[in-house]
Design a binder for this molecule. Structure first.
Ligand SMILES: [Zn+2]
Length: 134
């Protein structure tokens, strides 16, 4: 599937990120364990952590996804049930989302962040980019 020439499209890169695949080659198996991502892609050798603090973007992705899911559910329930808001059921659904959502979404946030970085923030090989700065 990676026989195309040139870098993959932004859409393909983002789809690979959403499905826990390498943003450069589409290979899977990027995690040794649920919370342990490999330093490089096992197929193409893409080094994921480009610089210190790189994963801050992953943290932002995780917070946006979890907070967004919470907000959508919370507002939908409020709109659908006004004026008699079922507080206990709303808490029973939204609190676990806020507690466990970041854990469930953790690996996805990392691969999605790598995909965003490659698709929108830089279109070159990260090592080549650093070489150009030197
Ligand atoms: Zn790869």
């Amino acid at each position: 599937m990676t026989t195309t020439t040139g870098p993959p499209s932004r859409t393909r890169t983002m789809l690979w990120g959403i499905t826990l695949r390498c943003a450069r080659c589409g290979s899977g198996h990027l995690f040794r364990r649920y919370f342990v991502m490999r330093a490089e892609c096992p197929r193409c050798g893409l080094h994921f952590e480009r610089e210190q603090g790189y994963w801050t973007g992953s943290l932002a992705c995780n917070m946006i996804a979890t907070g967004g899911l919470f907000a959508i559910i919370f507002v939908a329930v409020l709109v659908l049930t006004l004026p008699d808001i079922p507080v206990i059921p709303v808490l029973a659904v939204t609190l676990p989302i806020m507690a466990f959502g970041p854990i469930v979404f953790y690996p996805f946030s990392k691969t999605i962040w790598v995909a965003i970085d490659r698709a929108y923030l830089q279109r070159l090989d990260p090592n080549e980019r650093f070489d150009e700065r030197l």
